[in-house]
Design a protein around this ligand. Sequence first.
Ligand code: HEM
Ligand code: HEM
Length: 207
Amino acid sequence: MTLKNTDERWGGVSQTFHWLIVVLILAIATIGLTMGELPKTPKYFWVYTLHKSLGLTVLTLAVLRLAWRLYAGAPQPVPGTPSWQARIANVTHWLLYGLIFAMPLSGWLYDSSSGLRPFRWFGLFDVPKLSPPNKSLSELSHDTHETLFLVLVVLVVLHASAAIYHHVFQNDATLLRMLPKGRRNQDQTPPDQLPQDRTPKESNDVA
Ligand code: HEM
Ligand code: HEM
């Protein structure tokens, strides 16, 4: 697998960032949605610390990922993609980039402005507070954290549905090129190497 993105597919670095951040966000969201139900006693503070620590890990990965994306570029749209679809995908991707920054930043701002106890990243070091205690900022950042999460859910559902639709119904390389090259993508098999009774897939015409 090449590390850098090519015109045809995502390289190993972009794939690793993508799927690692997906798994982390799934874990953070699950913890975030359940931790409010826990008794507010010191016994369970570690659950909040885990949520926040994983969240700041996503923020760090987001910075590295964006830097890599700007350096390594992106593949061309899958052949045959109508330009309006490519534009929508592009806008969605940049909105998702915005959210993997804005989610942790709004949580960090809420943690800071609500004057909570010091937060140590995985118990290892103190994370600086972004602001002194401030009630209105705390309410604003709390509401922002919740609202952005709903926006993230909607966008991810649309984004993942589009990827699955392309894979299952359009039968093109959209999803496969974001996955390690475990097996050969039939769409890319040269016609002269196809079995006699098969013709190249027509699905690359549509994206
Ligand atoms: C990708 C990163 C993050 C995601 C997806 C995320 C998601 C969530 C979700 C879904 C909730 C529950 C909201 C609700 O009850 O309606 C929540 C709550 C919370 N988050 Fe995050 N979060 C992230 C990062 C952070 C970070 C970095 C911090 C702090 C440093 C943080 C601090 C909090 C706090 C303190 C709460 C509890 C709010 C309350 O008591 O109502 N989060 N988060
Ligand atoms: C938290 C969830 C997710 C986030 C934040 C996210 C974010 C992104 C971003 C920003 C890109 C653009 C790639 C880049 O510029 O680095 C992308 C591409 C992609 N994502 Fe996701 N994604 C998420 C979940 C998923 C899921 C669940 C799937 C599949 C079921 C998926 C499939 C894809 C595919 C196939 C591409 C490449 C599209 C193309 O080549 O045009 N993503 N994603």
